[in-house]
Design a protein. Structure first.
Length: 273
């Protein structure tokens, strides 16, 4: 298997061959509480290119989920700016889909009706998006389960339904907050392969927050390493492994060296998820 160089890149650099889709400049966040201000994110800069897969890792409480919520327009920034496709983010953008750690499926809706919910909320054309929903169901291996309810599905199938729901309105960007954290190890591995396939087939821009360093290296084009709270970007690493990736690659010296280099960031500060 060919080896690749490991490279630490500047925080704001995105692949030069791709158009910048997400631009983050001097973004920071402080939460105000009864006990005083709680800094969550220090000013950070980051560019993400169109079609890129970026994974974010860091210690618990470092602001990873806060970063995702800011990008999704779910909470306001304390300062700085996020631009998606040239437009400043001040509310949830239509071109973003979100997948959380819990699938958050509605128990009284079938798989298909759960997937179609964003179409109903956004009042989009039903016929067009129903065809897309059925295509996503087939792609994600949920065919035959369209009329099942969440309680009739395994954890992995529930999360696949949540991913389909995030993709049904054809967003340019998919934000994922530790989506496989509650799954058993074997299911998580299958979901990693499924997500890799979805990224390949759809060309979506994906930002994945994960506590798993091997998962980040396996899936991402670049891995963003965050510092302890208040979080900032400690380093960014290119993942030069060829695609499609197989789990045997986890034994490749390049994979092992990169995973260890990322892990060293946390051991150096006495913090590792």
């Amino acid at each position: 298997m060919p080896t690749s160089k490991l490279r630490v890149v500047p925080a704001a650099e995105a692949p030069a061959s791709r158009r910048r889709l997400i631009e983050i400049r001097s973004l920071h966040k402080t939460y105000r509480t009864r006990d005083g201000d709680v800094p969550s994110l220090r000013p950070l800069d980051l560019d993400i290119a169109e079609g890129e897969f970026v994974a974010v890792v860091g210690p618990s409480g470092c602001g990873k989920s806060t970063l995702l919520k800011l990008m999704a327009g779910l909470i306001p920034a304390s300062g700085g700016e996020i631009r998606i496709d040239g437009a400043a983010v001040s509310q949830p953008p239509d071109n973003v889909g979100i997948v959380f750690q819990s699938p958050v499926l509605l128990a009284w809706r079938t798989v298909l009706r759960n997937i179609m919910m964003p179409v109903e909320v956004r009042r989009l054309d039903r016929a067009t998006h129903l065809a897309r929903a059925k295509q996503l169901i087939a792609t994600s291996g949920l065919e035959g389960f369209e009329n099942k309810y969440p309680w009739q599905l395994s954890g992995g199938m529930q999360q696949r339904t949540a991913i389909c729901r995030a993709l049904v309105h054809d967003p340019k960007i998919v934000l994922m907050d530790e989506p496989f954290g509650a799954l058993d190890a074997m299911t998580r591995e299958r979901m990693n392969l499924e997500l890799q396939k979805i990224h390949h087939d759809t060309g979506k821009t994906i930002l994945l927050i994960t506590h798993s360093i091997p998962e980040a290296v396996f899936l991402a084009d670049r891995v963003v390493v965050m510092s302890e709270r208040p979080g900032s970007i400690a380093a960014i690493y290119d993942v030069g492994l060829p695609r499609p990736r197989r789990f045997e690659m986890m034994g490749d010296p390049v994979f092992v060296a990169l995973a260890q280099r990322i892990r060293d960031h946390f051991f150096a500060h006495g913090a590792l998820d």
